[in-house]
Design a binder for this molecule. Sequence first.
Ligand code: ADP
Ligand code: ADP
Length: 233
Amino acid sequence: MIRFENVSVTYADAAAPAVSGIELTVPEGELSLLVGPSGVGKSTVLGAVSGLVPHFTGGRLSGRVTVAGRDTRTHKPRELADVVGTVGQDPLSHFVTDTVEDELAYGMESLGLAPDTMRRRVEETLDLLGLAELRDRPIATLSGGQQQRVAIGSVLTVHPKVLVLDEPTSALDPGAAEEVLAVLQRLVHDLGTTVLMAEHRLERVVQYADQVILLPSPGAPPVVGAPADVMAV
Ligand code: ADP
Ligand code: ADP
């Protein structure tokens, strides 16, 4: 579903590439976990999938990244939005509307869907994420875990094939993190969505992963495999 072929990214003014020579395959319908110490290039890899690199962060990308066959260098994030949904660490920075229901609808607005399709998708997503009872609530009054589920929901109504998340549980307490991870697991298992998630607190999430991609140190090639095999490295 996601392929990296000899991918390097160099930011302006940087002495060395942030990531270099990355070869990687993320299989369809699995949850892949991207791990490694802070600064090793996890966000850069995620950005190359969602098209933020090279279109918005100023990084220069060489090699090729394809998502569902689309080259992310020749497609802007907007042109990838129906394929890749991206959720950042801080859900609050995502939100553009006031209430849960409006936020879920907002992501679809540029897709030109019929109003009844949009309504159906909002309902379906409220149910999937356990947000139905919170639909009219101002997002600002929700807990961190609830907000993170709204951020995921606003992307899911688009029905992306791939969901990319950058440390989605980092600001959450263990119980809320658990809720978010359970939602991701359901997406993978019930809907066949491909999930790529960066995380540095490995012990919290590794049980949910089908594949682990370890970036061991800056510039080093990724170690990819089943969670138990990579953890043994
Ligand atoms: P991680 O997500 O693993 O913490 P990042 O991908 O954020 O790693 O960062 C990798 C390297 O690239 C770091 O040295 C970081 O300082 C640098 N970097 C990340 N984003 C930018 C940017 N937009 N401009 C310049 N340098 C950046
Ligand atoms: P429409 O595509 O017209 O909005 P539905 O909303 O009923 O129709 O969804 C069509 C199919 O998509 C359903 O089988 C549903 O299970 C599935 N689906 C629901 N949520 C998602 C999702 N987040 N990603 C992909 N498929 C999904």
